[in-house]
Design a binder for this molecule. Structure first.
Ligand SMILES: Nc1nc2c(ncn2[C@@H]2O[C@H](COP(=O)(O)OP(=O)(O)OP(=O)(O)O)[C@@H](O)[C@H]2O)c(=O)[nH]1
Length: 349
């Protein structure tokens, strides 16, 4: 069953990546850097909430707009109304268990607070979604402190790992941090090239070996470079083209061993990159990765292109995996820190 999550049509993906490489880089996105390689030219102030809201447009249409329409269509609150709400949440990939929990709590509150008008249900539903996410919320903040941080990026290919590494590096560079990217996905030369391009765009240093090299050896070199150059953050790419759990475990555990033995003093983050557009499949991938390594957080990409944004709720509450970052577009500045309050406000606004 698990095998399917990792099976990819390599030729098809190769074409996609080569096409991507041929695309000209938008010069506007290349930022001026100072002598330390830090980005000094800032875009005008962006309203992050508005951007998140725009990114979640499809989720809002697929979930909240439908909730509003249902609530308007009912004259009273009855069992059928709850069934309809349940269906909307499940369809928006909130997940069956989480949906049932939310609906149960909603029913209790309606009863306890003696609410009879359907339009009052909206606010209660919003509150319950927020609560259920907050209860299960781990720490949504990345562990970036005074000591260097090693970030291992894991996830199957095609989910947006390369793009996310570039965006993440760009965010750190904007904060004045020294960043090194290690190209631990050595499966294909084009993957290394693509990552190098993102690395250049973000202004990070880049450590690579050739195609087919041992990923753990690349990470080893990345660590030596991070120590020698006193980097604040080392972002390590890993391969996702693994066909079964055992291979995945072997490959990742070797990398983890290298990081732990060579860089014990560093903070560690293991970020699982998931594609929001795959909905419940993303949840299944998360379950597999959770079994093979200690995930410290999730980056959910492509939230802008999907109505399945409810998957955030399921990830946090069903799997207890804190969503730390969300991708809301293809551009270098389209990666945002995640927080429950903004997310719930954005989908119910
Ligand atoms: N709309 C949107 N597209 C995204 C986002 N993140 C990544 N993408 C797109 O998703 C596609 C795949 O991204 P990659 O970064 O190449 O994915 P990958 O996981 O590194 O894939 P491999 O190179 O096969 O390992 C690209 O076309 C990206 O532009 C996002 O947040 N929103």
């Amino acid at each position: 069953m698990f095998k399917n999550f990792f099976r990819r049509n390599k030729e098809e993906k190769k074409d996609e990546n080569e096409k991507h490489l041929e695309e000209p880089i938008d010069e506007e996105e290349i930022k001026a850097t100072n002598e330390n390689g830090n980005i000094v030219e800032e875009k005008p102030q962006i309203n992050f909430f508005q951007k998140l809201k725009a990114g979640l447009d499809k989720t809002r249409k697929g979930m909240t707009d439908k909730i509003d329409a249902i609530l308007r269509s009912y004259g009273k609150i009855d069992e059928e109304l709850f069934d309809d709400l349940e269906e909307i949440l499940v369809t928006a990939d909130v997940g069956i268990n989480t949906t049932m929990e939310i609906i149960d709590r909603l029913k209790n509150r309606v009863k306890e607070e003696k609410i009879s008008e359907p339009d009052k249900v909206r606010e209660l539903l919003k509150e319950e979604i927020k609560k259920i996410m907050e209860e299960s919320e781990g720490d949504n903040k990345l562990k970036i402190g005074s000591s260097p941080t090693v970030i291992l990026m894991v996830g199957v290919n095609g989910v947006g790992k390369t793009t996310t590494i570039g965006k993440l590096s760009y965010n750190f560079k904007k904060q004045g941090k020294k960043v090194i990217i290690a190209a631990g996905d050595t499966f294909r030369a084009a993957a290394i090239e693509q990552l190098e391009e993102w690395s250049n765009r973000s202004g990070a240093d880049f450590v690579k070996h050739s195609e087919g090299a041992d990923p753990a050896a690349v990470i080893f070199d990345g660590i030596q470079a991070a120590k020698a150059r006193k980097a604040d953050v080392l972002i390590c790419d890993t391969a996702g083209r693994l066909h079964n759990k055992k291979n995945l475990m072997n490959e990742l555990s070797k990398i983890f061993r290298v990081v732990n033995s060579e860089f014990p003093e560093a903070e560690k983050e293991v970020l699982l990159v998931l594609d929001a557009t795959t909905g419940q499949n993303a949840i299944s991938q998360a379950k597999v990765f959770k079994e093979v390594c200690d995930i410290t957080g999730v980056v959910l990409t492509k939230l802008d292109g999907t109505a399945k944004g409810g998957v955030v709720i399921a990830l946090q509450s069903e799997l207890g995996l804190p969503v730390k970052l969300v991708g809301i577009g293809e551009k270098i500045d389209d990666l945002q820190e995640f927080n429950v309050e903004d997310f719930v406000e954005a989908i119910f606004d």
